[in-house]
Design a protein around this ligand. Structure first.
Ligand code: GDP
Ligand code: GDP
Length: 450
């Protein structure tokens, strides 16, 4: 008898579900309860950071990775709000789905609001759960939490396992089916976004048609009817939210078409946004809004200035446009700019190479050793801002590590986080970009106390 090793079809990383909330609301209890459920398979994942627990789990056959943000003890020097902020920021940056857990017994508290405030503008799915609703008698306690303005709350008792399945059932449609997860999870997910009439459907059709690509809707779950799988060269790409833009000649383009709202949704489901701009009309308020959303959500970005065929004869056009871009998008200077025309296939040749480069940067991980040699060299030239009377000791003990990718997130550990000024952080970011590239991807730098 021959035993075949079963093919490993689950190497793609499943969506990350983070439980956030102030201390003592029951995050760890919920974490353990979910993992202890019959359907869950617990598997230790080598920790990215020490202060959080990661575990792989499945619910009704769909995989996800759960992270519990608790476990950090507030230190004397930074208060509870700072602690919550620190824990939550990281979770929000890297999670795909968030569960905000609150304590039904204590009602809404200022730290709860602090957590909710951090979520403002974040387009990831968020579930608000109220814990410690142990008996029906406690149900009225939930009402207070509607002040958050959410229309759905999940009352539960983590300790007694009440309401936990209901929460997971709500999450379930957002989890990719197993075969979909393995087949498509690592593919670059690209959103072509921009205001109406800028040329999105023309571009998407050109990209999907011209290269003789295989276009198929991805079978499976929630993602399926609107994404397109595209093969170019020997690589595959997932273009998200293409349903409305693949078809040309839409009815009522402005309202029903691919509006800013749809752009926002597409961005939320992607790694990388290609923001189309109109080469003739220039940058508008709507473009700025979409660009802001890309930045806020931490997505990689390429700017594609379309309809450039209409400015073929102008000598100063590019310089002029670049000046306008710098003025309107001072926060997006790291995004590569392509000029082209969706109507001219040759002008689209740089498109996929640019996508490949930017995606590589978005997913790049720099080893901690290399990163710290780099930091030490840097600190010699530009020491950290030093507090009064305490010289470069601080500098010596500084430590940096990359805690996440997509986008790259770095944590800088220092003795006195308060001493690290925004200007110094900007300097660090620029130096990271100078040394490692990172074109097309946002970077995040967190300062933590050693
Ligand atoms: P964390 O700091 O948010 O991770 O909170 P823990 O999971 O450590 O829980 C804090 C406290 O709340 C512990 O004493 C738990 O036993 C208690 N707790 C957690 N869930 C429940 C619940 O559903 N009902 C009640 N009554 N207590 C709970
Ligand atoms: P969408 O609303 O963003 O999907 O825009 P469409 O793709 O429907 O394009 C709007 C109009 O601009 C159509 O008439 C296109 O033919 C035209 N168009 C799109 N791309 C270009 C281009 O690169 N150059 C020129 N001259 N016209 C373009």
């Amino acid at each position: 008898m021959t035993v075949h090793a079963s093919p490993n079809t689950h190497h793609a990383s499943p969506p990350l579900v983070a439980i956030i909330g102030r201390p003592n609301v029951g995050k760890s209890t919920l974490f353990n309860k979910i993992l202890g459920m019959k359907t869950a398979i617990v598997d230790d994942v080598p920790g990215v950071t020490r202060d959080r627990n990661y575990a792989d789990a499945t619910y009704r056959g769909r995989a996800f990775r759960l992270v519990d943000t608790g476990g950090l003890e507030p230190s004397a020097s930074d208060g509870m709000l700072a602690l919550i902020r620190r824990q939550s920021e990281l979770a929000i940056a890297e999670a795909d789905i968030l569960i905000v857990l609150m304590d039904g017994r204590s009602g809404l508290t200022p730290p709860d609001y602090e957590v909710v405030k951090l979520l403002r503008g974040i387009a990831k799915p968020v579930f608000f759960a109220v814990n410690k609703i142990d008996t029906p008698k406690a149900d009225p306690l939930v009402a207070d939490f509607y002040r958050l303005g959410t229309d759905k709350l999940y009352p539960l008792s983590a300790e007694h396992g009440i309401g936990v399945a209901e929460l997971l059932d709500a999450l379930y449609p957002l989890l990719p089916a197993a075969d979909e997860a393995s087949a498509t999870a690592q593919l670059p997910r690209i959103a072509v976004v921009g205001r109406p009439n800028v040329g999105k459907s023309t571009l998407v059709n050109a990209l999907l048609g011209e290269e003789r690509v295989v276009v198929s809707d991805v079978p499976g779950t929630t993602r399926d009817p609107i994404d397109s799988l595209v093969t170019h060269g020997d690589r595959r790409y997932l273009f998200t939210d293409t349903a409305g833009i693949r078809r040309r000649g839409k009815i009522d383009r402005g309202v029903e078409g691919y509006s800013v709202m749809r752009s926002l949704r597409a961005i939320g489901r992607s790694d990388l946004a290609v923001l189309l701009l109109d080469g003739v009309e220039g940058v508008t308020e709507q473009d700025t809004k979409i660009a802001g959303a890309i930045l806020k959500q931490g997505r990689a970005c390429i700017l594609f200035v379309n309809k450039w065929d209409l400015r073929a004869g102008e000598t100063e056009a590019r310089q002029q446009y670049e000046r306008a871009l710098r003025r309107r998008f001072p926060f997006l200077t790291w995004a590569p700019v392509l000029y082209g025309s969706a109507l001219t296939p040759e002008s689209l040749r740089p498109f996929f190479p640019a996508i490949n480069d930017v995606h590589a940067m978005f997913t790049k991980r720099i080893p901690t050793g290399a990163l710290n040699s780099w930091l030490q060299e840097l600190l010699v030239a530009h020491p950290l801002p030093v507090r009064k009377g305490k010289p470069s000791k601080i500098t010596k003990s500084a430590f940096i590590t990359q805690v996440a990718t997509k986008p790259p997130v770095f944590a800088l550990f220092v003795g006195h986080p308060g001493d690290v000024t925004p200007a110094y952080l900007r300097y660090l970011e620029n130096q990271l970009r100078d040394t490692y590239g990172f074109a097309g991807t946002p970077l995040r730098l967190l300062v933590r106390k050693k």
